[in-house]
Ligand binder design. Structure first.
Ligand SMILES: Cc1cc2nc3c(=O)[nH]c(=O)nc-3n(C[C@H](O)[C@H](O)[C@H](O)COP(=O)(O)O)c2cc1C
Ligand code: SF4
Ligand code: SF4
Length: 280
């Protein structure tokens, strides 16, 4: 099997997924001694999703998404389903905030298989939670990225060994419920379902300098670039504007959001979860 390109494909509003995907892709490139750099395909913002990526059977594509409510981010999934694998080898990667990845990895695996990828390995990795600085705090750390690199090296070695030359009838087995996948049902302290779909971030205009970075980073194009406190579009609570505003001017102040965040931090910060790797 001849591999010409190693691709890192990612949707990554707060950059944890991007870091893992790049570490894995670099590991593969190193094992295969491919000289050209890893091809980065960032599909995080609407501008980057203008064109639908297409691959060929000499590519290997490491494709990472964050886990949202136990699933592949559902509002971006229609775009993901258009991506064409063209017989490329595929490595689904989900990154989650130390609670659980539920059905996200099996869902991404299925999207890749349906899109024409030959899925040979996959992983679930822990990243700092988009809502928090302490839940999964600081991850991926150096050890995590080393594990990502080693995982990539192992995949590269499997390619060299010829084990992926005939994948007829082989399916990557991963944890999770098969279709129809389930969303995580988060509960309040009163044991009621938490619904934060309508919640949007607030902007402290005393410190915002109207630089427009948050509008540029928003994966939903939800923020008005001419007036960044104005969020007319759909907000998926991805945390990009909050965590990446250079002035820390954005935050979520909604009481239901804050209660949900606090419950998550209380219940899921310990123990720190281990990254999990899967091979066909
Ligand atoms: C709307 C939303 C839902 C999330 N749901 C989960 C979840 O079900 N389980 C979990 O462990 N982490 C969950 N997370 C946390 C992210 O999966 C995690 O922080 C991930 O590292 C973010 O990736 P990114 O840095 O590439 O944006 C959620 C984050 C968001 C924004
Ligand atoms: S990134 Fe921060 S400082 Fe820049 S416009 Fe947005 S909220 Fe204001
Ligand atoms: S407005 Fe919502 S969707 Fe857009 S960057 Fe901020 S948190 Fe993410």
């Amino acid at each position: 099997m001849k591999i010409g390109r190693v691709v890192a494909l990612f949707f990554s509003p707060t950059l944890t997924t991007k870091k893992y995907v790049l570490s894995i892709a670099e590991g593969i490139r190193e094992a295969l001694k491919i000289e050209s750099a890893v091809l980065e395909v960032d599909v995080t913002t609407p501008v980057k999703r203008n064109a639908v990526p297409q691959f060929v059977d000499t590519d290997i594509v490491v494709w990472g998404v964050p886990v949202y409510i136990g699933r592949v981010p559902n509002l971006i999934a229609p775009f993901f389903k258009q991506i064409k694998g063209g017989g490329a080898l595929g490595v689904p990667v989900v990154v989650y905030g130390n609670r659980a990845y539920d059905d996200a990895l099996i869902e991404l695996r299925d999207i890749m298989v349906d899109g024409g990828f030959k899925v040979v390995a996959g992983g679930a990795f822990v990243g700092e939670h988009s809502f928090s600085y302490t839940l999964g705090g600081g991850r991926p750390n150096m050890d995590d990225l080393q594990q990502g690199g080693n995982f990539g090296m192992q995949i590269g070695e499997e390619i060299l060994s010829g084990r992926y030359n005939n994948l007829e009838g082989k399916e990557l087995k991963v944890p999770g419920n098969p279709y129809p996948y389930a969303f995580y049902n988060a509960k309040s302290k009163q044991n009621k379902s938490i619904d934060i779909r309508k919640v949007k971030p607030e902007t402290n205009m005393d410190i915002c300098n109207s630089c427009g970075i948050c509008a540029m980073l928003c994966p939903m194009g939800a923020i008005n670039v001419a007036s960044c406190a104005d969020v007319p579009g759909i907000c998926i609570k991805c945390g990009a504007c909050v965590k990446r505003c250079p002035r820390n001017a954005k935050s979520f102040t909604d009481p239901t959001y804050l209660e949900h965040k606090q419950i998550l931090e209380t219940n899921f910060t310990e123990p720190a979860k281990e990254n999990e790797l899967f091979f066909v």
